[in-house]
Design a protein around this ligand. Structure first.
Ligand code: KG4
Ligand code: ZN
Length: 342
């Protein structure tokens, strides 16, 4: 194997997806994700079950990623893993595995911040991919976070605004739960929304700071709305599911677009990216695409497979750190709470 090639193995196990990926010089060779079906019937992630499923999945997932990349573990240059934020029991599985493998192979270990990785997925080199220039702003929208981040350099980030309560992914998942849809409900609300009328029902938007978000009020509004309407018509949800989902989605995406507009106005930066699980949403992708035309922004929309949790984003972040010789000590510990700036 040529010594010019840098092969980074990325390992992601922060929540309920076990993932491993191999990146060579910034290009993805493999990105294997094992979803954990076990949580669907509980309506949310059960931490203990997630940790156990990671333990079962991690060896075959890593082996699969190496096989698909066409390399063996001896070709690896370094191992990158998610240090946090996430569920401690889940993080520990990836962290211990990464440490053991790095130690066994005598290669560098690199810790990665999951939230930075969602953003840095934009630096994966791929045909037709558009890499954002510095500085740019990124709307990071996931199951645990909703932030507007200014990125000055790969590892120089500043949070300009964030949610004061629920994350946008939570708003999707909790609304879906109220509608009787299985976890995670975000993708289903999105799917049904595409068949409905977004103006069928009206929900009010929160009154918070220009760059702040709040979604807990929306969740309460939806709860009362459903309670009231199902009292009058027990089949209300069934008969109106498409319109309800379209109206919820419309409200959420209006809020997100308004906040990005505020951020562009305040910073004067019109290079705008989205990242995180909710950036898989069809409507935010469409609206951001339109903003490129209407408002002359340069927009950066991640490839679908790099939106929800995946190890390719961990591997690319590891690669960028590797280029800076930014390695971790073997004593490094997982952290359930970690700011995007840490
Ligand atoms: O980034 P991610 O995979 O995990 C976290 O780091 O939280 O994000 C998961 C979140 C879930 O709340 C899920 O419902 C949401 O992303 N999500 C979506 C869509 N796909 C995933 N929300 C709305 N529309 C989608 N298409
Ligand atoms: Zn995530």
């Amino acid at each position: 194997m040529s010594t010019e090639n840098t092969y980074i193995l990325g390992i992601e196990s922060s929540c309920d997806d076990t993932s491993a990926a191999v990146i060579c010089n910034g290009k993805v060779l493999s990105n294997v994700v094992a979803n954990q079906e076990v949580h669907a019937k509980y309506g949310g992630v059960v931490p203990e079950l997630a940790s156990r499923a990671h333990q079962q999945n991690i060896v075959p997932v890593v082996q699969n990623a190496l096989d698909k990349a066409g390399i063996t573990k001896d070709d690896l240059s370094a191992i990158a893993f998610t240090r946090g934020p996430g569920l401690m029991g889940s993080l520990l599985v990836g962290t211990s595995f990464a440490k053991s493998l790095a130690l066994g192979l005598n290669i560098p270990l690199i810790d990665v911040n999951h939230m930075q990785a969602h953003i840095l997925a934009h630096f994966i080199i791929e045909e037709g991919s558009k890499i954002p220039p510095f500085p740019f702003i990124c709307l990071t929208i996931s199951g645990g976070h909703t932030q507007i981040v200014k990125i000055t350099n790969h590892f120089e980030m500043e949070v300009l605004g964030e949610t004061i309560d629920d994350a946008v992914g939570e708003a999707y998942d909790k609304s879906a739960k109220l509608l009787g849809l299985p976890y995670p409900g975000g993708p289903l609300v999105d799917k049904y929304a595409q068949k409905g009328n977004p103006k069928a029902f009206k929900f009010t938007q929160p009154k918070v700071g220009d760059l702040e978000f709040s979604f807990s009020g929306l969740k309460t509004q939806i709860l009362y709305f459903i309670q009231k309407n199902t009292k009058e018509n027990p089949k209300f949800i069934e008969e109106n599911i498409y319109d309800i989902c379209a109206s919820i989605q419309y409200t959420i995406i209006e809020i997100l677009m308004k906040k990005i507009k505020n951020a562009v106005k305040q910073t004067g930066i019109s290079d705008v990216a989205i990242a995180g699980g909710v950036s898989a949403n069809s409507e935010i992708r469409k609206r951001l695409g339109l903003a490129e035309k209407h408002w002359k922004w340069n927009t950066y929309i991640p490839k679908f497979e790099y939106t929800t949790d995946n190890a390719a984003m961990i591997a690319i972040t590891g690669y960028l750190k590797y280029l800076n010789n930014d390695y971790s000590d073997i004593s490094i510990a997982s952290k359930a709470r970690l700011k995007v700036t840490e």
